[in-house]
Ligand binder design. Structure first.
Ligand code: ATP
Length: 235
């Protein structure tokens, strides 16, 4: 059953249109990636789905679990079971790990028990009282994912979770994505520049180029079709 359906999404900024009719259909329990070169419009797509202030959505429909998201304010969307982990890994610098997670839990009606989240992230459990500003990039990324998960979402959107992280942390983030999908049945839409990460965790991949979805491929096709990777991903 389709959980997230985006149809003909047109969105952009005051400086111009960026998305020209983007269509996505993500089934419950899938892990899907959205790939494309720098500037293709991946982050714009994620932000448009959750109604972040920018970009402006100019056309198309976004339906999540039967609800028209264009009629919702961005603060209402986590309560529907959809959370975004933004590229910037937005955490509150002057709050501790535990305070950051509790604050995210306060925004929804039926959060997970915070201890359940700490069981899943033993690294974070060991640094409950550390201020977010004193954490490494990889630790902050885990905290950002933990903040999303405590909301007990049906689906999470992950915007470049592995950007700038050391290979061993990238492996850990991959296993976290697999766990939240397989053990918690959370549906995942992942934006990645790192095609290897997308191939390791996702079942299916949309290719975005200059604001258009130009292809939708399996991991096998992505692995074997060098021409496709060269043309749209530059790898
Ligand atoms: P990247 O991997 O570089 O983040 P992306 O595929 O996520 O790329 P977007 O960040 O969605 O691409 O950017 C798409 C286009 O929109 C780019 O041309 C970018 O310059 C422009 N853009 C992004 N954010 C804004 C903004 N806040 N105001 C104006 N233009 C923006």
């Amino acid at each position: 059953m389709t959980l997230l359906e985006v149809d003909g999404l047109e969105a952009g900024y005051d400086t111009g249109q960026v998305l020209f009719g983007v269509d996505l259909a993500i089934e419950r329990d899938e892990v899907v990636s959205l790939l494309g070169r720098n500037g293709a419009g991946k982050t714009t797509t994620m932000n448009a789905i959750v109604g972040a202030d920018l970009p402006h959505v100019r056309g198309g429909s976004i339906t999540f679990d039967g609800t028209d998201l264009r009629k919702k304010q961005s603060y209402q969307i986590p309560k529907l079971g959809l959370t975004l982990v933004p590229e910037s890994r937005r955490c509150f610098d002057d709050l501790t790990v535990e305070e950051n997670i509790r604050l995210a839990a306060n925004h929804v009606d039926d959060p997970l028990d915070i201890e359940t989240v700490f069981e899943q992230f033993p690294e974070l459990a060991k640094m409950r009282t550390r201020l977010s500003k004193n954490m490494s990039g990889g630790e902050k990324q885990m905290l950002a994912i933990a903040r999303s998960l405590v909301a007990n979402p049906k689906m999470i959107l992950l915007d470049e979770p592995c950007e700038g992280l050391a290979p061993y942390i990238v492996r850990r983030i991959e296993s976290i994505i697999q766990e939240i999908s397989q053990k918690q049945n959370v549906t995942v839409l992942l934006v990645e520049q790192n095609v290897a990460v997308a191939m390791a965790v996702a079942d299916r991949h949309y290719i975005l180029d200059e604001g258009h979805i130009v292809d939708e491929v399996t991991t096998e096709r992505l692995r074997t079709d060098e021409e496709l990777r060269q043309e749209y991903l530059g790898v």
